[in-house]
Design a protein around this ligand. Sequence first.
Ligand SMILES: *Cc1c(COP(=O)(O)O)cnc(C)c1O
Length: 410
Amino acid sequence: MAGGPGSYVFGQEEIKEVMDVLNTGFLFRYGKEDDPKFNHKVATFEKEFAAHMGAKYCVATSSGTGSLLCCLAAIGVGPGDEVIVPGYTFIASISSIALSNAIPVLAEINESLTIDPDDIEKKITSKTKAIMPVHMLGNPCDMDRIMEIAKKHNLYVIEDCCQAVGAEYKGKKVGTIGDIAAYSLNVFKTITAGDGGAVVTNDLDLYERAFGFHDQGHKPSRMGVEVGNRSILGMNMRMNELTGAVSLAQIRKLPAILDTLRAKKAILKNELKKVEGLGFRVINDENECATLLTLLLPSKEVADKLGAKIGSKTISHSGWHVYNNMEQVLEMKTACPRSWEMASGGIDASAKYSKHMLPATDAILDRAMNISVGVVDAGLGSAFGININSTEEEIKNVAENLIAVLKEVL
Ligand SMILES: *Cc1c(COP(=O)(O)O)cnc(C)c1O
């Protein structure tokens, strides 16, 4: 089964929460507060999600992509603005910037497989408005450096936490370090409701703008004056009560999911550490999500050979998350073809984006191989490995098989 750890631990708890909703028929997130039949699952999820993160505010949304759009709108990113984003990420990090009529500026990653702070500094111009670090594959970015750069240049920081819900950086949950953050609850993520998302911030003004953007400009929870008092033109990215019910059961399982993944990854990694000549990506904080184990092989040739033998692919060839494989970005195929070019001040996409424009990123991903720990996803290059329910014996077997193959190719 392909999917993230949350989908592997789906059970009676989710069913109970959903049945509460089905038994009353209140499917909309807003209901009569004084009606005992109204469950407010979405509002409860928002409270518990914010509490888990140690953040003041949370808006539940319909997706991670929607959450990113809310973050960008909250900050006021628009035509002519540049946002620095890594070239190794899910396409939504990049497309959400372009669809806010701003310019995604692609930056290199380093051996942590997250955005390289040195390259961020090189890409800053007078138009730069924000940095969007992406905590890729559950691993927190180098947030100390990123926040230092942002402060120095007066830039906003939007954390893309879609792959890293619950990961910690120096004692803080990711998503609470920058100005505002986006999370995803799609099926491949650490916790899931099939689809869904969340925005988190500690800033009341950003919260109200993000909330308004996700719900036609309304104030949080549609409380207080409506007509005449709406401050932003918004969309509909609301979460419904059924999704809220599943999300609520899943956020309550997050601590146990992370403990389990960290313990299982440690068993696998400790076995593989015995192999001489095998490297691993840099982990910026051991309290990462541990959803994946990324191997760094000594060369592209060795990495390709390993992929062929285990029925998987290096990250370069795994498809979806590498800018080289995003023809919609490279040619900026927005719905109205010239809209983005015009909004960007006449910039020609072919001059801005091209295959192999990030040589350091290409060189790292050519020799990087994802082994699943909790996220089983061929699109991410993690078709091989273990899952959250694997026993210690199964993990040791996988390690033994992998070590045998590694000895042949190294
Ligand atoms: C999954 C993901 C998203 C988008 O989330 P959806 O819920 O699928 O819209 C955005 N950014 C990253 C890094 C992701 O992995």
